[in-house]
Design a protein around this ligand. Structure first.
Ligand code: ADP
Ligand code: MG
Length: 277
């Protein structure tokens, strides 16, 4: 569906303007007979929202993303993406994980082409041309013939992003994609991600342990608490797009980072010096 659309139609999302892009209603998740992982979790996500999920390890962030992707089923509750079940909305989504999950025996270009191989309408030549264009978009046009092992961690993540964008997703699910990168690379990729978002107009669910990254990228930061996982606080991020790197030293930005950090600290009992991660 989405991949046959003209790129300009992707940003004009259509659908029912009164209905959120995605709704989560009273989600419960329990694996087998184990303890409740998520309990009564509800959230509305508007088209074009960039939602960061932040919270202690084990609070169910990855589980939440997998529920939205239809990779696991909720014990009860309901998820709708554009009015569809996750299974039916799968072709609107792409997933990006912390590990770039590239095939080591394929060149960079062929890894990106992988994202396009399900598109029957594309012949080989057009697939290649599209993959080359995506690589240029993420600044990797000149390493197309390299193998993943020849790239830095940041470059591999860029390949992963290019591959995820190949199907022109309307919803990007990202599970700590930059968690393994150094801070400078992470900051640069954050800026690139926002640029790509402006060009493509997807909606995002983004898991991170970095408060500054969450605030820089998001329209809303959702702080989750653990055992069971529920929404502890939702903090709206009011800064206009495009956001410049200099926003990171703006007092209003730092104040919001402080607010999110404070919300995370509330999750620890007194005397518990642990961090959110
Ligand atoms: N497939 C599974 N089977 C059983 N338990 C699981 C499974 N996946 C995750 N869990 C448990 O669910 C909890 C939440 O995990 P996860 O969603 O990965 O949390 P997070 O991403 O916030 O660290 C953890 O206690 C984890 O051990
Ligand atoms: Mg996780």
């Amino acid at each position: 569906m989405s991949h046959t659309m003209n790129p300009t139609t992707i940003t004009s999302r259509g659908g029912d303007p009164g209905r959120p892009f995605m709704t989560l209603r009273g989600l419960h998740k329990q694996y087998g007979r184990g303890a409740a992982i998520l309990e009564d979790l509800s959230m509305d996500v508007g088209a074009g929202d960039f939602i960061s999920l932040i919270g202690p390890s084990g609070c169910g962030k990855s589980t939440l993303l997998k529920l939205v992707a239809g990779l696991v089923s909720p014990t009860s509750g309901c998820i709708e993406v554009e009015g569809m079940t996750p299974a039916n909305a799968r072709e609107l989504m792409s997933f990006i994980f912390q590990e770039a999950t590239l095939l080591p025996w394929r060149t960079v270009l062929r890894n990106v082409e992988l994202g396009l191989e399900l598109e029957r309408s594309l012949d080989r030549g057009r697939r290649r041309a599209k993959a080359e264009e995506l690589l240029r978009l993420v600044g990797l046009g000149d390493v197309a013939t390299h193998y993943p092992r020849e790239l830095s961690g940041g470059m591999r993540m860029r390949v992963s992003i290019a591959r995820a964008l190949a199907t022109r997703p309307r919803l990007l699910l990202m599970d700590e994609p930059f968690g393994a990168l150094d801070e400078m690379t992470r900051d640069r990729l954050n800026e690139e991600l926002l640029r790509l978002r402006a060009e493509h107009g997807w909606t995002a669910l983004f898991v991170t342990h970095s408060v500054a990254e969450a605030v820089f990228l998001s329209t809303r930061v959702v702080v989750l608490r653990a055992k069971p996982g529920r929404v502890h606080r939702e903090i709206k991020v009011p800064f206009a797009f495009p956001r410049k790197a200099s926003l990171r030293s703006d007092p209003a930005f730092l104040a919001l980072v402080g607010e999110v950090s404070g919300a995370l600290r509330e999750l620890h009992g007194p005397g518990d010096g642990g961090t959110a991660a």
